[in-house]
Design a protein around this ligand. Structure first.
Ligand code: FES
Length: 143
């Protein structure tokens, strides 16, 4: 196992489970693979927001999970990573478009595609499930 002194990789998996719990173990083991887990990855299977916070024809930014959830049409919810693909700022506004105020990029609320630069790449898309008013994050959309 490749390890370094800052990620806890030298601790056995059993020891890790015994001291830190399974959820933390998954996080640390994933981090030991060489990359920090994305803030969204550690929330797969969890409720990340409420549909009551996501207006129709617009959306909302959920800062804790670094997600933007939109509702382009009634009861049609979409989720995107909130990190702007230009420079990594967290997008700040959602109405008819998703806006990054750092340098003015705008993204489509249905697809996450850039509508106005400087961003050239779409926001990362995620699969979600809605149960009642709960928005549950499932996984990243395979590209
Ligand atoms: S970081 Fe978003 S437009 Fe530059």
């Amino acid at each position: 196992m490749a390890g370094n002194s800052t990620c806890g990789c030298q601790m056995s998996r059993r020891g890790l489970l015994g001291t830190a719990g399974a959820a933390a173990a998954v996080t640390v083991v994933s981090a030991c693979g060489g990359e920090e887990p994305k803030p969204q990855e550690v929330r797969y299977g969890q409720v990340v927001g409420q549909t009551t916070d996501v207006p129709e024809g617009a959306g909302a930014v959920f800062n804790e999970s670094k997600l933007v959830v939109t509702q382009p049409e009634r009861d049609d919810y979409r989720a995107f990573g909130a990190a702007c693909t230009h420079g990594g700022c967290t997008v700040q506004e959602v109405d008819e478009v998703i806006r990054c105020l750092c340098h003015g990029s705008e993204f489509d609320i249905s697809t996450g595609e850039p509508l106005r630069g400087p961003a050239q790449e779409p926001l990362e898309a995620f699969n979600i499930t809605v149960e009642g008013t709960d928005i549950i994050l499932d996984s990243a959309v395979e590209s």
